[in-house]
Design a protein around this ligand. Structure first.
Ligand SMILES: NC(=O)c1ccc[n+]([C@@H]2O[C@H](COP(=O)([O-])OP(=O)(O)OC[C@H]3O[C@@H](n4cnc5c(N)ncnc54)[C@H](O)[C@@H]3O)[C@@H](O)[C@H]2O)c1
Length: 462
């Protein structure tokens, strides 16, 4: 192995390596803090000036990351800087530190760069690779010998080798092209965190890593191994990219299946929740998934489409993905049908009814509304003439169809004034007994009221 390999391995081992994380969102920020906790000097880079300013002010914008952790990482900056000069590197474990900036020039000083930018879909539901390409080009312009580059953004199999690698190799080295595996190192490692989750975090969720060459894998494993409990090496970046897509396609397909089972149970006149509860007593071969008003978040609705798109370029139709998407994206319409039927039983029309949506975040106990089915519910109900408001303890304001809505006050008067209350997201903060006591009609899409005795409201479940 060459000297670049030896240099970066030594810097990682001694914590002398400067780690840069590009993209400081739900994925990038927890990762930054994991590297800081492992003793590295970390430089976060993001295009978003407000995020950078908030980090530098010691604030957090990710709900499950306390500001105190950001502030501690920021404050360690001076301490860590002075330690590096006075203490023999590698002899003791330094405390890490964090700085954040919008200036990509800092990448020239970075030994390792981890890219965590978004991978959305464009209007035609194809992968929008603009953020990955733009971040890669920004890294490529500052690529230097001995650098490790890792892509963490979820993407289709082949991205690291087909999109990232050629850009790094072609624009590197100021006229002296750098060679992967010898001069610089490149890997893909998918982020698997589940925001809001306390038992499995970035640090104790095993990290799958695929390197372009064996030395790329070793360097990436050394970096992640110093911050994360367990690394799982695979044979290539393409395999690592596919691992992530299998995991999230597995979820999307099973959610699609259970959503269809909910529709079947409704036709058959039975309670899908009771069926699932009983089925999950089987100790093997069954894993419970739960129906709901649709799919949300930046991952499950989007990631399988990356895989389907890639297969489409190879003339293969990803049928499970297509079918699951069809069922899952239809769920908000199904729920609106339930609301209409429930109102009809009370001789009311959707048109003119007052409907309150409880929870607009895509899942419980987070403030993220990306792709949230609650936004679809609001849109559909409004388009049928309902007077729609929402409450969410984690989302003070939400934009639906270009119109900003504010979370309504949640009190007895509000609930009593509603023709229908729709439980869309079962945040722990809600007291369901109280909600039912003061409401007339509740459509519960999450089985949130399962433990509440009948106490006033008529409850219609999914
Ligand atoms: N959110 C999750 O639960 C989750 C979990 C696993 C994997 N992922 C994947 O991780 C990636 C990031 O997701 P996220 O939820 O953190 O997104 P995010 O939108 O919360 O954060 C991305 C950040 O990147 C910044 N950014 C965009 N383009 C940039 C550029 N060219 N240079 C520098 N910064 C740029 C944005 O300003 C933003 O702060 C996606 O590929 C996503 O699919 C997300």
């Amino acid at each position: 192995m060459g000297s670049n390999y030896g240099d970066i391995m030594r810097k990682i081992e001694s914590r002398e390596a400067v780690v840069s994380v590009v993209g400081l969102g739900y994925v990038g920020l927890p990762l930054v803090l994991a590297f800081v906790d492992a003793g590295f000097r970390v430089v976060g880079v993001d295009l978003d000036e407000s995020k950078v300013a908030r980090l530098n002010a010691g604030e957090s914008y990710v709900s499950d990351i306390p500001a105190s952790r950001v502030a501690a990482a920021m404050n360690a900056r001076t301490a860590a800087g002075s330690k590096t000069s006075s203490v023999a590197v590698g002899k003791i474990r330094q405390s890490g530190s964090l700085t954040a900036t919008t200036e990509f020039e800092v990448l020239r000083q970075a030994d390792a760069v981890v890219v965590c930018v978004p991978t959305p879909l464009n209007k035609t539901k194809d992968p929008d690779m603009t953020p990955v390409i733009s971040a890669t080009d920004d890294v490529a312009r500052r690529l230097h010998a001995g650098m490790l580059v890792v892509l963490e953004s979820t993407t289709y199999p082949g991205t690291t080798q087909e999109v990232v690698l050629p850009r790094l190799e072609s624009s590197s080295g100021n006229g002296h092209p750098l060679k992967v595996g010898e001069d610089f190192f490149l890997a893909f490692s998918p982020e698997r965190i589940d925001p809001g989750r306390k038992d499995y975090t970035v640090v104790n969720t095993p990290k799958v890593i695929g390197g372009v060459t064996p030395s790329c894998l070793e360097v990436a494993q050394a970096l992640y191994g110093s911050a994360i409990h367990r690394t799982v090496p695979v044979s290539s970046p393409k395999v690592a990219e596919m691992v992530k897509l299998l995991e999230n396609t597995f979820r999307a397909v099973n959610i699609g299946l259970v959503n269809e089972v909910a529709i079947m149970c409704d036709r058959l006149g039975m309670d899908v929740w009771e069926v699932i509860e009983a089925a999950k007593t089987k100790p093997f071969g069954f894993m419970p998934f739960y129906p709901g008003p649709g799919l949300g978040g930046h991952c499950i609705p989007i990631d399988p489409q990356y895989l389907a798109w890639k297969l489409q370029t190879l003339n293969y139709d990803a049928r499970f993905i297509r079918l699951a998407a069809e069922i899952n994206f239809e769920m908000p319409h199904y729920v609106v049908g339930k609301v209409a039927a429930a109102l009809n039983e009370e001789r009311k029309a959707v048109n003119g009814s007052k409907v309150l949506i409880l929870g607009v975040a895509y899942k419980a106990d987070v403030g993220d509304v990306r792709e949230s089915p609650s936004l679809d519910l609001i849109h559909l109900l409004k388009s049928q003439g309902a007077e729609v408001s929402y409450h969410d303890p984690h989302v003070p304001e939400a934009v639906v169809d270009g119109v900003a809505m504010r979370s309504a006050a949640l009190d007895e008067t509000t609930l009593r004034g509603m023709d229908c209350v729709v439980i869309a997201t079962a945040h722990k903060a809600y007291d369901w007994d109280w909600v039912l006591k003061h409401s007339r009609l509740v459509v519960d899409t999450r089985n949130a009221t399962k433990a509440v005795a009948e106490n006033g409201a008529r409850v219609v479940k999914l």
